[in-house]
Design a protein around this ligand. Sequence first.
Ligand code: ZN
Length: 508
Amino acid sequence: MTGLTLDRLRRNGQAFTEELSREGYLAHSGHKSEAEYTPIYDKYADVLGEEALELTLNAFKETAKGTEEHRSASLLLEWQLESQASRSLADLDEKEIAWESSAVITTAEGEQIQYQAAVIEIANEKDRKKRIAIDDARVKLVAEEHAPLKLERLKREKDFIESLGIASTYNAAFEEITGVSLTNLAADCAAFLRDSQSMWDETLPHHLKKSIGIKPSEATRSDALALLRASEYDGAFPGQHLQSSISRQLKEMGLDPTAGGRIVYDMGERDGKRARAFCAPTRVPEEVYLVLRPHGGAHDYTTLLHEVGHALHFANVRSDYPFEYRWLGDNSVTESYAMLMDHRMQDRGWMLRYTEIGSGNVENFLRLAGFEELHYLRRYCAKLIYEVQAYGGAATWDELPDLYVETLTAATTFQYRTADAFVDFDPRYYSTRYLRAWQLQAQINEALVSRFNEDWYRNPSAGPWIVNELWSEGQRESAEEIASRVSEKGEKLSFAPLLRNIESLLGS
Ligand SMILES: [Zn+2]
């Protein structure tokens, strides 16, 4: 073989990751019609070869727990596994991206809608009958074409990880490598669903009746999309002030919104651009793209804040850190910075200062925000519980669609559809990253309030503190380590601060 060393793996791994990220940025932003990942995987064959996996596995086993070497080795090993799994699925991913960018749904009335725009159309459609008709057409296409692709991907990914023999099951292998306990997190999620049940039962009927004029027993997931669209507040979130308002806030907290020109904002309309916004760090920290396709209203503000959190994080990582600390690690960390920013949309002072909501509407808006937060948390808790059962083999592939509908509908009251069981599924437990990020951002917010007061977001010392204490570290530490480092009493991650926040929003 070639005599691969960890240092060479870091060097080539970084070049490989940069090319993959750039290709993803170009394809998902509509600059290229399709992503060509295979040539990149071929070019960097040694980065994801057997030798590379063996090298990182040995480093993981041979280094002592608690040392910096072991920390590095575990990040590199996790990356190897994720990337080797992704490579084995690259052909399927290319097929899916090409399918998604060209797929069109046709409603019973003959109306044609781009598949990628269907969710936005449903959310914006005020006529409930039309909304359901679009969703029926979407579900038909998903069942026929998208779900089979997703199911095949899921099966192949599970088989691949199990074939490596790291642990006896897929779930045990995930826990072993990431240090995240699926059992504990799923139990916390079940407890959160129980603890917030009465709050949910009291809140939902009011919002459903007020916004859509229906009872909980009639509600479907397409109603949820329309309800949470909250278009009555669109006037308070003018599109022309979207970027300038958020930039102003960042400057007030002592930050440069472009991080010295390292962040590029791609906010224009373009054919083939994904509906879902994303941040593409193509070189960390030197070149970061923030891609957003504005749809109008409050949601754009939430989305831009979220992506700004990611972009500022990656663009402020110490450039002298090794590849694994700048690029790899626990994605709960970057998601928590994104959520710390997007949760300003639940912050009365922030809302009054940077949007046009005004003191007359802010209380109602915050109550709706509390309802939305509770809905999404309950949905994510249910998703994690479902995914743990799905990956854990608690049900056969054929039984999963019913289990999905049962679990998600019970948690959210909205009727889910079996067709979405494999499409609405985060591979490799990305939902664990979101849930732990949700918990961590609440703790970081509390830490910022105690250091810089309630309005930390406009304190010129807060931005530099976040850069030095948090963002510059990349993802060297886990979410658990950061939680105990920033909180005054070294608290553990939990749903408790989130539940407190929702209670206060609903009571406003
Ligand atoms: Zn994110």
